[in-house]
Write a new protein. Structure first.
Length: 224
């Protein structure tokens, strides 16, 4: 039985230790990625005083969290998976933050559906930091123009960038690159780092880390 409380304490301790060595001053927000895990896992996290979760699919999130949100108003939900335009309306009702703006069509739909009653207030742009064919995200060469367009032309409240670096190689140069793009665009937040590489991500300036298996235990196969 995975023990959320123990796991989150381990993670926090590792961050503090890592930070002593690197003297990184930034404040780190931990997002517990609960995709594939059930309501029981989420409730266990809540019982240990933890309220910030990430989900990859709108329907899965609604199913899992709708009733929980009714009871725990402090729940902070982040959309971290690719978002289909036909799910935008629902996504804006349940997520506090959407981290995966990655194409014009999606941003136009968000711009159309967003209103003062929308729950979503903050947005991140997903950058395909390794320019990999199979991954979603805006390519690095287009990212500056895309960010400016979202902010200046659409008026979307873009507060940061997210990335998933290429697998199997050191993520550090990709994390640094994301940080550079954020600085060029005066964006405050960087969502980077998962269970396997969050300490590297923090050294490179991550403000949001997304942890699944290190908090909830091993995940079954998951269809993206
Ligand atoms: C699943 C997922 C995570 C969490 O991955 P772990 O390796 O379980 O920590 C983080 N970010 C995204 C976008 C994911 O899809």
């Amino acid at each position: 039985m995975p023990n959320f409380k123990e796991n989150i304490e381990k993670i926090r301790l590792s961050i503090v230790k890592n930070r002593e060595n690197s003297q990184i001053p930034n404040k780190i927000k931990i997002i517990a990625v609960s995709k594939t895990f059930g309501t029981d896992s989420v409730l266990e996290a809540i019982q240990s005083g933890f309220f910030c979760f990430g989900e990859n699919k709108v329907q899965e999130c609604k199913k899992k969290f709708s009733s929980i949100i009714g009871v725990h108003k402090e729940i902070d939900l982040h959309m971290i998976g690719p978002l289909q335009t036909n799910k935008v309306k629902d996504a804006l009702k349940i997520f506090n933050t959407i981290q995966t703006l990655d194409r014009e069509k999606l941003c136009l739909e968000i711009n159309k559906k967003l209103n003062p009653n929308s729950k979503t207030k903050d947005f991140f742009i997903l950058v395909n930091i390794g320019n990999e064919k199979q991954k979603s995200g805006i390519n690095t060469e287009q990212s500056n123009d895309f960010i400016k367009w979202c902010i200046n032309d659409l008026g979307i409240n873009v507060v940061g960038l997210m990335c998933i670096p290429p697998a199997e190689i050191s993520p550090i140069k990709y994390f640094k690159k994301l940080k550079t793009i954020a600085e060029e665009n005066k964006l405050k937040y960087l969502s980077m780092g998962m269970s396997g590489d969050y300490l590297d991500a923090i050294i490179c300036g991550a403000t949001h880390i997304r942890l699944g298996e290190s908090l909830f235990g091993k995940r079954q196969n998951y269809e993206k």
